[in-house]
Design a protein around this ligand. Sequence first.
Ligand code: ADQ
Length: 451
Amino acid sequence: MSRLVAVSNRIPLGDNPSGGLVVALQDALRTSGGLWVGFSGETVEDPAEALAFHEGAAFQRASFDLTPQDHDEYYLGYSNSVLWPVCHGRADLMRILPEYLDGYRRVNERIARLLAPHLREGDRIWIHDYQLFPLAGELRKLGVRGPIGHFLHIPFPGPADCATLPNPPELFEWLSHYDLLGFQAQRDLDNFAASARSLTDAEQVSDHDFRIADRHIRAGVFPIGIDADSFVAEAEGAREEDRMRSLTGSQMMIGVDRLDYSKGIPQRFRAFQYLLENDPSLTEQVMLLQIAPPTRESVEAYQQIREETEHLAGRINGQFATVNWTPIRFIHRPIPRNELAGLYRQSRVGLVTPLADGMNLVAKEYVAAQNAADPGVLILSRFAGAAEAMTEALIINPHDPWELAQAMQQAIAMPLDERRDRHAALLRGVVEQDVGWWSATYLRALAQAPG
Ligand code: ADQ
């Protein structure tokens, strides 16, 4: 089998990296032999103009450093202050500076330059996410001819959002150099097709085939999954349950998110506030544990969401807390995976209520972690890619606090039989379409893409 070369913005360099994407790529890279390339996480004034290779894994890993300026313009700038808000329907939070787009192009060009000398005839190249859209085009300029695929982990914007980008047709020019575009959900493929037709003279040849700038591109839906077996084992081994039960004495609802404005955390808090206002019998009976480590803190929109959520949690706690009970517990740290699995397992309700989300792996982790004999209930936003398949969750509109509060009430009161039925159906999907299935399905499609 030909060698797989994966490129992602960050590369995990620790000895035992974990996480869904890491596990999936590790499996795929092990079976065919491979190379994984990404940013080391280090910014230095004068980075080496060559990849640094790392020992210690079953496949090769190679990283590069960035200058602080590159990191500001390419990563914090164009990637996270332009593309991220636009892809999540928040063009109002976009911050456009001319140097951002320049830096984004420049870093992608540099990654191509660093990578090209290590590529061999017949390699399959798999590029991940919105930070690296232009990479295929840059590699093509350097003479790379083999199959190149892209997978987008976040939503693809529809025509109205795409039109807010600084130079909308350029996005499609970047994408036109790939053989296969992978999306999380049908919604994203539909948005891609509609945006390409409205903003370029692209032609849609069939459900999955497009002609853009005389190039043939295939696009498909490949919903990402989790490493379900290891997550189930993690949850079964967790012994947090008893400790936390005695600590809280009440039913727990849990939210686990990076602290990001796309995740709908304030909306979730407000819905909880309505629930407590409208049903005083829940006083001291239910609490919300929100685990949300801050990310991208030097971007202003992230400072604002942190202030807003902290303020709101403080206000709600001030309004309802008793001597024995704090309704919202807000933890700003990352939690080890086994502990997280234990917390999911003891929570009666899993709250996954993003305003926009590519997939949302927390929804799948929550289901995998449940005790099948007495499972909790997943409340899931219709705007998470996960909602396309996880139809047995309580699907809600996160913008409507009344609807969400009602779903919380329904989940807390749901009879055991119904909880079991819903959970069994959800778990089947999570186990069948796990992360190994995802990468195998994508790579099969890449092998068949017309090129
Ligand atoms: P994210 O936006 O990061 O990913 P998500 O899919 O929920 O969102 O993944 C977050 C991961 O981080 C989960 O595995 C979760 O367990 C973990 N995590 C979050 N908070 C944590 C904490 N405090 N401690 C420990 N772990 C924590 C992007 C897209 C998603 C898409 C994924 C994968 O935005 O839509 O599902 O990529 O494609």
